[in-house]
Design a protein around this ligand. Sequence first.
Ligand SMILES: [Mn+2]
Length: 407
Amino acid sequence: MKIIHTADWHLGQTFFECDRKAEHDLFLQWLRNQVKEHQVDVLLIAGDVFDSPNPSAESQRVYYRFLCDITSENPHLQVIITAGNHDSAQRLESPTALLDLIHVSVRGTVRRTPEGDFDLDYLTVPLLQGGVCMAVPYLRQGDYPAAASYGEGVKALYDQLYAYAQTQAGGGPIIAMGHLQATGSEISANDRSERTVIGGLECVSPAAFDEGILYTALGHLHRGQRVSGREQVRYSGAPIPMSFAEKYNKQGVVLVALGEDSLPGEEVTITRLAFEAPVPLLSIPKVPELLPEVLEAIAQLPVGPVLSNSPFLEIKVRVTGPEPSLRYQIEQALEGKAVRLSRIALTAPEQQVVQEKMNYEQLKSMSALDIAADVYKRNYGGQDMPEELKSMLQQVIREVEHEDISY
Ligand SMILES: [Mn+2]
């Protein structure tokens, strides 16, 4: 049995206001070719199909077009899709009646039986070739048994489900899916899209995935990787980089071949299929420099028309104080260059100095001016806010306080 594991498409994502449809189209075309070429039996999409719980009509069209094409090109293909934290679980599930007809199973919600137990049968998707898939979507509070922590609750659900899956597999293989952050995995630095919504303690131990599960297909982290050294518990990673923090990630999908008998302990062959990002992410200079050096680096960029595959550009500038004309100067320098400016990242020379974090109570007790002065200090290497700026800001604050602003 051959499986392709992918996740975190984030259809509809805009990259600093740039549309990414062209990139997604190229990826989906490539994926169609891979499924055909490798004669894949099962395609697993482990969550975050869409970037938003309320995807645009265009994003939905791309998604359904893909499902229609891939299933008509491969009549024996089975597709199993789970919802991620970015998806609307209910919305993703809503066309189930039609999708079932083309062997596409979608699991977004965790349901209860009339007795109030978890509906394990709903999450256990039979594989057309024999065996089952534990199709677990992103789990929200109430989707798992009561436990001391999110991680323990999630593990308890996987344990229940695995016990049930064994009764349903008929001796065939058991595979699993999940959309979660596993302990022992690396996240991309500063990646907002990977952060979960429940707070900081939502890691799940890889022990949640029983050794008897032949392969666990995970989504949520955008860097493809195995988890805690376990080859058969993996993140496929996102097919295109979702932020500059991901520019060194290798994108692609995972091809999994289960042996003849597909029994636990049997050899499973895992291959990464690399997808070359169609739009490069460019970050200049190598390290943040002062504006004159930055402008020089910009001058080195190739001249040409801006196309839909021109690189997304991040510019890293070191600043020692406010520079109101900075953006203007950079934009002027970029005239005629074959790049799309996405982001100007400002750093101050001593920003690395560890500064004490403040809590909400402390912030509430400070005046707006003190907060601004503190932020200034943090952003500009410990320098105090100049008196002139302070008095201007004070005036603005006073004016605002005297206005009746309704939100
Ligand atoms: Mn996610």
